[in-house]
Each structure stands twice: as structure tokens, then as C-alpha cells.
Write a protein that binds this ligand. Structure first.
Ligand code: ZN
Length: 122
């Protein structure tokens, strides 16, 4: 099952916010890798079975969400290490930058299921 990382899969209403978010992250010297954008229902079912998602109404299904992970190590065009740590300051800064744009909800602010890599249209 392929994972969709294309920005073209984003809903037009979310696309421009995602582009601005990526630009602001670069400005803040936070370099990220796109982990996932759009998602098929088949993949959502798979994630539910694995316990990696807890919703049947993920905004990835409508192209209104993007998952981003900070790059810790990068060499010769290859990502060597991503930040996955749940208490990483980098994610908190990403959440703050997202809130400055407005209209983006960060998964780290979710009440039940904290999803640090997740940013979606509000
Ligand atoms: Zn997500």
C-alpha cells in the first residue's frame, strides 16, 4: 500500500495553508519531511486495524491534513534521521507556528489521541 506524500493531493482550501506553513517552518529553520497527505479509505481501515488511527473521519481522507516530521540528520540528499520523540520541543514549536497562520489545528492539541506529526484544516 503506497503512502501519498504529494502536496497535490491536498484540498485546495488546505493547500495554500500547508504551503505557507512549510515556508514558515523553513524560515524558522525547522526542516521537515512530508510523511503523508491524502489517504484512501482502504489505508484508513488498515491504520484503524493497526491502532495507528482512532477515527473513521480522518481529514487525510478529504486531503485536509498533512503529517510532517522534523529532519534531524540530512546528508547528500538523503534523510538519515527524523524526530519522532513525543516530548520533542521541535513539535511544540511547529504547533506554535501553525497557530500563527490560523485555520490549522495541530494534532498535539487533540484531547484524546495526541498526534504530533498531524496538522489539519480547522
Ligand atoms: Zn495525520
Amino acid at each position: 500500500m503506497t503512502i501519498d506524500r504529494s502536496l497535490d493531493s491536498l484540498d485546495p482550501r488546505f493547500y495554500l495553508k500547508a504551503i505557507e506553513f512549510l515556508a514558515r517552518l523553513t524560515e524558522a529553520k525547522i526542516y521537515v519531511m512530508v510523511i503523508e497527505t491524502g489517504r484512501t479509505w482502504k489505508r484508513q481501515e488498515h491504520l484503524l486495524e493497526m491502532g495507528a488511527s482512532q477515527t473513521k473521519r480522518s481529514k487525510h481522507l478529504s486531503g485536509e491534513a498533512i503529517d510532517l516530521a522534523p529532519i534531524l540528520q540530512y546528508k547528500n540528499g538523503r534523510v538519515l534521521q527524523l524526530e519522532w520523540s513525543a516530548d520533542a520541543q521541535l513539535y511544540k514549536r511547529m504547533g506554535e507556528i501553525a497557530s500563527q497562520i490560523g485555520g490549522i489545528r495541530w494534532g498535539g492539541d487533540f484531547k484524546s489521541f495526541k498526534d504530533l506529526v498531524h496538522f489539519e484544516l480547522e
